[in-house]
Design a protein around this ligand. Structure first.
Ligand code: SF4
Ligand code: SF4
Length: 318
C-alpha cells in the first residue's frame, strides 16, 4: 500500500462541495479529460510546474539551474507576455520534475503543482478546521482529479478520518470499477456524483471516455442506498437545452431510488490562467461563463418535477 500520493492541493473553507464548510483534498490524476475542466492541474498524475509569464523577468537563473536542459532561453519579457505568444518556459518532454528551477526563481514565477502527502499529513491539515465543521455541519471532501484512481489510499484516509469523527464527502466522476466505488461510497456520508452527459458518444467527445460504466455505477449507487448529490453540468452548446434536461429528469425518475439532491453546475471560465501557466490552451476560450440567472429556467423544470435542486451546489442550502 502506498504511504503517500500526489495531492494537488488541500483547500480550506470550500462552501460548494458538500454540507457546510469543507476542506477539499484534491487528488492528482484523472482518467477523464473534460474540455471544460476547471482544474486542469489535477488531470495529470505527475508533478507539474506552473510558469506565470506575468511574473517572469526572464533573468535566466532557472536555465542555469536545470540539469535536463528543459528550460527555454530568455526572450524579452514583453514578448513572452504578449497575448497569443507561443513561448513557454518549460519543455515538458525533458523535465524530470526535480524542482531545482522552482527553488532558484527569485520572482515566484515558477510553482510546483503536486506534493506527495501521507494520510497523517492530510488529516493534520483537515483537522485544523474542526471548529468550523462543528459549527456548520462540514467536514472533508475528497475530490480530484479522481479519487477512484487512488482507491486504496483514499480508503485508508477515510478510515482514519472516521476514527476522528470527521464527516466525509466523496466527489467522483464514477469512472472506475463498481467494487472500488462501493468501497469508498460505503465510507462516505454523501457521494457528490458528476453527470457530464447522458449520451455516450457526446460523453466520449467531451471527456475522452464513454459513459456506460459511469451510468451503471450511478444505478448501482442508487440501489446501494448511498446518499447522492448529483452534479449536473450545464455547458453552453452541449448541455444547456431544456430538451437535454428533460431527458435527465426522465432518466433520474427511472432510478430505483431518487437522488437526494441535484446541483446544477453552470460552466465558468475562471481557470483560463491555469491552462496558460501549464503551457496549454483553454479549449473553451470562445465561451462566456454562465451566470446563475442563465440556469434558473433550467432549475425550474427540475423543481416542477419535484426534485430538490440548487444552482452551484451551496453547502448552506438544503
Ligand atoms: S528564474 Fe524565474 S524569473 Fe527568472 S527566467 Fe526563470 S522563471 Fe523567469
Ligand atoms: S523541474 Fe528540474 S528538470 Fe524540470 S525544468 Fe525545472 S530544473 Fe529542469
Amino acid at each position: 500500500m502506498k504511504k503517500n500520493i500526489l495531492i494537488t492541493k488541500v483547500q480550506r473553507f470550500s462552501m460548494n462541495d458538500g454540507p457546510g464548510f469543507r476542506t477539499n483534498v484534491y487528488i492528482k490524476g484523472c482518467g477523464l479529460k473534460c474540455i471544460w475542466c476547471h482544474n486542469p492541474e489535477t488531470q495529470s498524475a505527475s508533478e507539474e510546474i506552473y510558469w506565470k509569464k506575468m511574473q517572469c523577468e526572464q533573468c535566466g537563473l532557472c536555465l542555469d539551474a536545470c540539469p535536463q536542459n528543459a528550460i527555454n532561453p530568455p526572450i524579452p519579457p514583453e514578448e513572452a507576455r504578449k497575448e497569443g505568444s507561443s513561448y513557454h518556459k518549460i519543455k515538458k518532454e525533458r523535465c524530470d520534475a526535480c524542482m531545482k528551477c522552482v527553488d532558484v526563481c527569485p520572482y515566484g514565477a515558477l510553482e510546483r503543482v503536486g506534493l506527495p502527502m501521507t494520510v497523517e499529513e492530510i488529516l493534520e491539515e483537515v483537522e485544523s478546521d474542526r471548529v468550523f465543521y462543528d459549527n456548520s455541519g462540514g467536514g472533508m471532501t475528497i475530490s480530484g482529479g479522481e479519487p477512484l484512481t487512488q482507491c486504496d489510499f483514499v480508503e485508508m484516509l477515510m478510515n482514519e478520518a472516521r476514527k476522528k469523527e470527521i464527516s466525509i464527502c466523496l466527489d467522483t466522476s464514477g469512472n472506475g470499477p463498481w467494487g472500488d466505488l462501493k468501497r469508498l461510497a460505503d465510507k462516505a456520508d454523501i457521494v457528490l456524483y458528476d453527470l457530464k452527459h447522458l449520451d455516450s458518444d457526446e460523453h466520449m467527445k467531451l471527456t475522452g471516455v464513454p459513459n456506460e460504466r459511469i451510468l451503471a455505477n450511478l444505478i448501482n449507487l442508487s440501489r446501494n442506498g448511498s446518499k447522492i448529490w448529483l452534479r449536473v453540468l450545464v455547458i453552453p452548446d452541449y448541455t444547456d437545452s431544456y430538451a437535454y434536461h428533460a431527458k435527465v429528469i426522465d432518466y433520474l425518475n427511472r432510478l430505483d431510488r431518487p437522488v437526494d439532491r441535484i446541483d446544477l453546475i453552470p460552466y465558468h471560465n475562471w481557470c483560463e490562467d491555469k491552462y496558460a501557466w501549464l503551457g496549454r490552451t483553454w479549449p473553451m476560450y470562445e465561451y462566456e461563463a454562465l451566470a446563475n440567472w442563465d440556469v434558473e429556467p433550467i432549475m425550474e423544470i427540475y423543481a416542477e418535477a419535484g426534485l430538490n435542486t440548487t444552482i452551484g451546489g451551496s453547502g448552506f442550502e438544503n
